[in-house]
Design a protein around this ligand. Sequence first.
Ligand SMILES: NC(=O)CC[C@H](N)C(=O)O
Length: 363
Amino acid sequence: MYLVMSDAYIALADGRVVEARGRVPGRTRGELVFTTAYTGYEESLTDPSYEEQVLTFSYPLIGNYGVREERLESDRVHPRAAVAREFTDDVVEWLAEEDVPAIDHIDTRDLVTSIREEGAMKCGIAVGDDVTPEDAREELAKCKGMSEHVDIGKQVSVDEPEHYTGGGVADVALVDCGAKGSIVSSLTERGADVHLLPYDTTVSEIESLDPDVLFISNGPGDPANFEQAATLVEEFVGEIPIAGICLGQQVVARALGGTTEKMAFGHRGVNQPVMDLETGQVVMTTQNHGYTVADPGDTLNVTQRNVNDDTAEGLANEDLDVITRQYHPEANPGPHDTLGFFDEVLGMVGHGGDKQRKAVADD
Ligand SMILES: NC(=O)CC[C@H](N)C(=O)O
């Protein structure tokens, strides 16, 4: 396949326009963020939580072990563009097929330093023969802030319910706010059946499903734009065990009297240390978020905290059977320290815990 090498510019909200090498042509815009993950580029690029963002890899060589379909977390690439010091041709071919602009031969240390100092910022990108800095500036001028993407749930969610069979251990209603595929497989591998439901699923639809767990997935943008998922949590708390991952934790907290706020540049990477406050144990986690729970409210307790900056990484109310994580316990790419979360979630199910233990014992 012919690989395009063309002009490229990225215009940053701080006023700079930086030249790069064009690898996949196109014009686009988004919130410029970075991940420090040195592995897992296929998983990151297909994580729906990156919708409407431009993803910079701080690790300098991206693509050195190819692109394999079984490692993808959804059916398309979600960032609007990708930025690296150097992309291999494998990744460029994949991004070209996906029509996602890509640029490299740019000083990503400098970009990351700017984002760390000034916060995640809007950017505009123009890639192609004869593009000008002005083209990138025009894209930047059209860029919306993350919280202005009020319909972002619709962009990433399933339109109709989908059913994934596990083994009858429990029925999980997973509200798809942009779920990574490995959240579904982490549940089915443990014997649970998963109903993957649209982000705007109604109270009566949940009532007719009568699930054993209501699970709010990860997803992109501002959790304030997922009001219907919060309504489900308000309605069913205390009646159905509730779980949440990442955006799911934020939605659950907001529904139960807590607040969320935007972080300066967020956490994105695969080595974020998290301490469990009860056991004192520290685990390494996969993360991708730009918002955080500022105040958990009176109903939830903070059970885990980020060792670097103390932000809330786990929330719970044992009496009401609510448990959430800010990081991605399903990992992918890893590390796999946190997969036990899914056992804890299924352990909340009425008799599900016993059934599950039996299913494991029978294996
Ligand atoms: N991975 C996620 O679910 C991200 C949650 C939310 N969009 C944030 O940026 O904080």
